[in-house]
Design a protein around this ligand. Structure first.
Ligand code: DGL
Length: 271
């Protein structure tokens, strides 16, 4: 048993989609979240820059004495070197593995769509894991660089004409490929789930990378005997690298019933 908090981070607020699910499945755990709102988006940056940012994010969480780290960011998960992750003093997971397992379990026609940031798609991370599990999978991948700024700026209301147009622009070829499963490979995208689902059609299963990762992390914590042993009363503390105002305005959207909790600004460059 271990009562230290679980550390979760993302380039911005998208990782809160994983926090929401963690709080649902592990109500007795404390959570420390860092959103790098001053440097979002990561997905259009160079590989070295993303690795450097991720190192600082992880360093900050380790200083909060976390027992487990979740990179609730498709971009970091696709970029941070696994050999470096394996050397961290606490267990670490990204979102790629759990999302791919869920997609492979869901697909019937072996046509899987994948959307993510430019860095995620360029890395080929999801495609490699899916092919390991299902070598004959037909994967249609598309980078959607405008989705993160749309979500961070709150363009998520159902039917928003700007967002609807961008969704159609990005997803037309994915839909035309006949996929029956679509991985939302960036943790910001669940905020657009309803509109993406409307565009793709009812028979396409959408995989929420943050949500399935939170479920997998809960199982891993149990296996590693790292759960707190409490069945309720877990708390969440939030840290951001830009003004907390944006977080406070948006948190309801991302966290729903779990919104609330202290938010503090930190200087992530110093980590
Ligand atoms: N939520 C991050 C991800 O999953 C967004 C990346 C970005 O900042 O571009 O990829």
């Amino acid at each position: 048993m271990d009562t230290r908090p679980i550390g979760v981070f993302d380039s911005g607020l998208g990782g809160l989609t994983a926090v929401r699910q963690l709080r649902r499945v592990l109500p007795g755990e404390d959570i420390v979240y860092f959103g790098d709102t001053g440097r979002v988006p990561y997905g259009s940056r160079a590989h070295d820059t993303i690795v450097q940012y991720a190192r600082q994010d992880i360093h900050f969480l380790l200083e909060q004495d976390v027992k487990f780290i979740i990179a609730a960011c498709g971009t970091v998960s696709s970029t941070f070197p696994p050999e470096e992750a394996a050397k961290l003093p606490v267990p670490y997971t990204g979102v790629v593995g759990a999302a791919c397992r869920a997609a492979v379990a869901a697909t019937r026609n072996r046509r899987v769509g994948l959307i993510g940031t430019a860095a995620t798609i360029r890395s080929g991370s999801y495609a490699a894991v899916i092919r390991d599990m299902m070598p004959d999978a037909k994967i249609t991948a598309r980078a959607c660089p405008l989705f993160v700024p749309l979500v961070e700026n709150g363009y998520v209301n159902d039917g928003n004409p700007v967002t609807r147009l961008v969704i159609a622009e990005y997803l037309e070829e994915v839909r035309a490929a006949g996929v029956d499963t679509l991985i939302l490979g960036c943790t910001h995208y669940p905020l657009l789930k309803k509109m993406i689902g409307d565009f793709m059609g009812d028979d396409v299963t959408l995989i929420d990378a943050g949500k399935v990762t939170a479920q997998a992390a809960a199982a891993a914590l149990a296996d590693l005997d790292l759960l707190s042993g409490r069945t309720g009363g877990g708390t969440a503390r939030y840290y951001v690298s830009d003004t907390p105002d944006n977080f406070t305005q948006q948190e309801q959207l991302f966290l729903g019933e779990y919104a609330g909790g202290p938010v503090e600004r930190i200087a992530i460059e110093s980590y």
